[in-house]
Write a protein that binds this ligand. Structure first.
Ligand code: CP
Ligand code: NVA
Length: 309
């Protein structure tokens, strides 16, 4: 039966672990799996700009024997001229999977509801679950395990990365702590869902406005831009509101001495993170960026197997 991956908890904890194991296997043997041999085509649709996602999915589909087709929606009928449902009905006749970066998460739900091929969320306003798989792979590589580790996210805790960290890291059995200024905290439904997952997996969830509380004794620390795509007009206000939330050496020193630093990128040095932290010894951001490729290949192999079953 076809499965979709629109948010972090669309898979179970066991399935997440299975995908991460496959990601490790594919990193060691990049051309060992060929689900899209033919070549079959995978549609990569972008309503927002991208570097890592576009490159990693393009290379990933090719590595899996397939043909990646990038569609910039500015040059297609999708959106204003044709509904998401009608687009899905056309695409499912010709492609083997649909990967979509968009604004409203509801669009992805509509695409999935009308598609018999897997739909993958490559970032919406609410979630960025492919990034979380790459981050988990990176933490596993550097720490050897995930369960029981403390993961701290400092910054815009109301954005897509915060929502995905809360649910995705909880699913991996981690203790997740997020800190943001008041007005930039996750919504109650996401926190409740993360708590429910954490309770089942032996982790915990902390939401605070104090970065020092969130980062204390963390094994892995992350941040993200204060101004997500689509929020550019709010820049001036946000830079004021996030004062005190920069991860600099002083704040990083409150995490464990061997903590690693992650950032999904693109990064804005001097705002959410200082140059000395992101370019310093504890930073694993280039491994993290590379792991987008391996983790997403694993996800596509896993979804293709289920779609074929
Ligand atoms: N982290 C991430 O998704 O990067 P891009 O916006 O460059 O794809
Ligand atoms: N929160 C950021 C993530 C970019 C990968 C955004 O949505 O722009």
């Amino acid at each position: 039966m076809v499965r979709h991956f629109l948010k972090d908890d669309d898979i179970t904890a066991a399935e997440q672990a299975e995908i991460l194991a496959l990601a490790r296997e594919l990193k060691a043997a990049p051309y060992s799996r060929r689900p899209f041999e033919g070549p079959q085509t995978v549609a990569l649709i972008f309503d927002k700009t991208s570097t890592r996602t576009r490159v990693s999915f393009t290379v990933g589909v090719a590595d899996l024997g397939g043909n990646p087709m990038v569609i910039d929606t500015g040059t297609s009928q999708m959106g204003k001229k044709e509904s998401v449902a009608d687009t899905a009905r056309v695409l499912e006749r010709m492609v083997s999977a649909i990967v979509w970066r968009t604004y409203a998460h509801s669009g992805l739900e509509e695409m999935a509801a009308n598609s018999k091929v897997p739909v993958i969320n490559s970032l919406s306003d609410d979630y960025h679950p492919c990034q979380i798989l790459a981050d988990l792979q990176t933490i596993q590589e550097h720490k050897g395990s995930l369960k029981g580790l403390k993961f701290a996210y400092i910054g815009d805790s109301s954005n897509n990365m915060a929502n995905s960290y809360l649910t995705g890291m909880a699913l991996a059995g981690m203790h997740v702590a997020v800190a943001g200024p008041s007005g930039y905290l996750p919504n109650a439904a996401v926190v409740a869902r993360a708590q429910e997952i954490a309770a089942a997996q032996g982790g915990s969830v902390t939401v605070t406005t104090d970065p020092a509380v969130a980062i204390a004794d963390a094994d892995a620390v992350a941040t993200d831009t204060w101004i997500s795509m689509g929020q550019e007009d709010e820049k001036e206000q946000r830079v004021k509101d996030f004062a005190g939330f920069t991860i600099d050496a002083g704040l990083m020193a409150k995490a464990k001495s061997d903590a690693i630093f992650l950032h999904c990128l693109p990064a804005y040095r001097g705002y959410e993170v200082s140059a000395e932290v992101i370019d310093g010894d504890q930073s694993v951001i280039w491994d993290e960026a590379e792991n987008r490729l391996h983790a997403q290949k694993a996800l596509m192999v896993w979804l293709a197997e289920r779609a074929a079953a």
